[in-house]
Design a protein around this ligand. Sequence first.
Ligand SMILES: [Zn+2]
Length: 233
Amino acid sequence: MIFDPFLFHPSTILLIPALILTIYAQSKVSGTYNRYAKIRSNSGLTGAAVARMILDENGLYDVKVEQVAGNLTDHYDPRVHTVRLSSGVYNSTSIAAIAVAAHETGHAVQHADGYAPLKIRSAFVPVASFGSQIGPFLILLGIFIPQMPILLTVGIYAFAFAVLFQVVTLPVEFNASSRALAFLGQSRIVSGYEEMDGAKKMLNAAALTYVAAALTAILTLLRFVWIASGRDD
Ligand SMILES: [Zn+2]
């Protein structure tokens, strides 16, 4: 939030650990990416080739691999069964590129397997984006209209759905990374301790950004509860 009407409320202190972890995670992921984007893998395979290989090994011939603009914009789109890799991953033979490509195919395999946390997460997408926008607005409105405490209650529940979405993202991301590392090891796309260690560090750094996002969401919810409860007495 750019404009925060509760900036000077004591609950703002809750956001400090979230902010510190977010900044740390961001610098960790970009630092790790920059480091392993420079180290070529022995296999000489590009991110795109690795994604294709893992998908085919899992019988997912119908899942497409496409290039997408931007930096670290890599994702799997379950609606159109497509793994989209940023140019820096798609065309690169680096350890970072291979790790990211394998992680995204991990999501495609989760989807094909009917992995439950992914299903829950997908079901939450519309309600979560709605909740994260409307929740704070209703809470603010509820504070200015104390005659309508229902606004606070609904606002907090709406925002809680957005928090739940961030939390259920964690098992989905951790599982995609552990699948990725297993594929890379089994198929010998990654060889030797150093390459495997690089891929692990890359994926762990990426996972930390999701932990930071979940922590931020939880603490923001607690902050809203704090602000709202202060209005009751
Ligand atoms: Zn992911």
